[in-house]
Write a new protein. Structure first.
Length: 383
């Protein structure tokens, strides 16, 4: 019985996991509803004036999570989360919107807008104060970031038999700007019809050591046949956090808009991320210094050069060292400073890729923006 109740509680922890605290607005007769949110006051400072990507990045987020108990082994749950930005070119986004059923030791099933299945692994290194999360990019690696129309089955503790051994499988049938965008059609002006995608992941908290290992695979159907493989490891114990991630992607026909021919076969990408953090507790608050190295690259970038894009020769899409610090005053308030030391060269595809589909008259500004160092200053209030 206790094992069943624990398994039922796990999805509730997952759906509320993004909030440092929450407000319980209803808890009666097996029904519970929480609201959570945050205001993130954020500004990017660069080493050049008036460059693309600098300035105000402030956002506000509001979410709701709920759970209803049906029997001692069955519960229902749901989550909705919305974010709005206030800076230049601000936009709004429904980040999550899904509902599901939990069957205790037999796992949970939900459907809606949710994280891609490989986010389980990319989250190992997506812990930097502000930057990071580069592996969660559905344009490079299938089912790594949020996407709509996904059905997900998750099982914790392997049907109650092995503590800390989790696995999940996912099916997606979507056509938004996510894993299946450009993965189904050959012609770039043919509507980008949706394509199916599916994937699976397994990870294991190894006994009580603080060590977790995991691996996963995802792919799309349709014309492009995109595939992703990933493996990760993390250690979280005694105020020490260490994590490493390797991910590899392959797309049969490359980026539709990446070259003049739109026909580069077998676009291959590889990424490596490593992060180290240490928490220092004080009478008031907690200080967490952080250092990380992030690199993602494409094989044979020069084959993807556009007409007139002279000098493209570097294979790096993203390459930087990150040094930051977070100070948690309490569970509701924290401040951060994050310094991204950009190692991209102006001839790397990571700097040039921003030009695809952009106005060439502004190309020099865009290239510089993608090779500059950036400092993020932020203050977060959350509930």
């Amino acid at each position: 019985m206790k094992r069943n109740l624990l398994a039922i509680a796990i999805p509730a922890l997952l759906i509320a996991g993004t909030a440092g605290a929450s407000i319980e607005v209803w808890n009666k007769d097996g029904n519970k509803v929480d609201f959570y949110g945050r205001v993130y006051a954020l500004n990017y400072i660069t080493d050049r004036n008036n460059q693309t990507g600098e300035g105000d990045k402030t956002t506000a987020r509001l979410g709701m999570s709920g759970q209803t108990q049906v029997t001692d082994w069955l519960s229902g749950y749901g989550r909705w989360e919305y974010e709005t930005a206030t800076g230049k070119n601000s936009d709004n986004e429904t980040r999550y919107a899904f509902a599901g059923l939990n069957f205790g030791d037999f796992g949970s099933f939900d459907y809606g807008r949710n994280d891609g299945i490989l986010k389980t692994l990319t989250s190992y290194t997506d812990v930097l104060p502000e930057f990071g999360g580069d592996a969660s990019d559905n344009d490079l690696y299938a089912l790594t970031a949020r996407t709509k129309a996904v059905a997900t089955y998750r099982n914790s503790d392997f049907f109650g038999l092995v503590n800390g051994l989790r696995f999940a499988v996912q099916y997606a049938d979507n056509g938004d700007n996510s894993s299946t965008r450009h993965f189904n059609t050959f012609e770039s002006h043919n509507g980008h019809d949706s394509a199916e995608a599916w994937g699976s992941v397994i990870d294991w908290d190894m006994f009580d050591t603080g060590l977790t290992i995991g691996a996963g695979y995802a792919q799309t159907g349709g014309h492009k046949d995109a595939k992703s493989w990933s493996a990760g490891i993390k250690y979280d114990n005694n105020n020490v956090y260490l994590a490493a991630l390797y991910i590899q992607g392959k797309q049969k026909y490359g980026w539709n808009n990446a070259s003049s021919t739109r026909n580069a076969d077998d676009l291959k990408t590889k990424g490596f991320e490593v992060v180290a953090q240490y928490g220092i507790d004080f009478d008031i608050g907690r200080l967490t210094p952080s250092v990380a190295y992030i690199q993602h690259r494409v094989e044979d970038a020069s084959s993807l050069a556009r007409s007139g894009d002279v000098g493209l020769k570097g294979d790096d899409l993203t390459k930087y060292v990150d040094i930051g610090v977070t100070y948690d005053f309490n569970k509701n308030l924290k401040a951060l400073v994050d310094y991204k030391i950009n190692l991209l060269d102006k001839d790397d595809i990571g700097a040039r890729r921003s030009l695809y589909g952009s106005d060439y008259s502004d190309s020099h500004s865009i290239v510089k923006a993608n090779t500059k160092d950036t400092v993020a200053l932020g203050l977060i209030y959350q509930f």
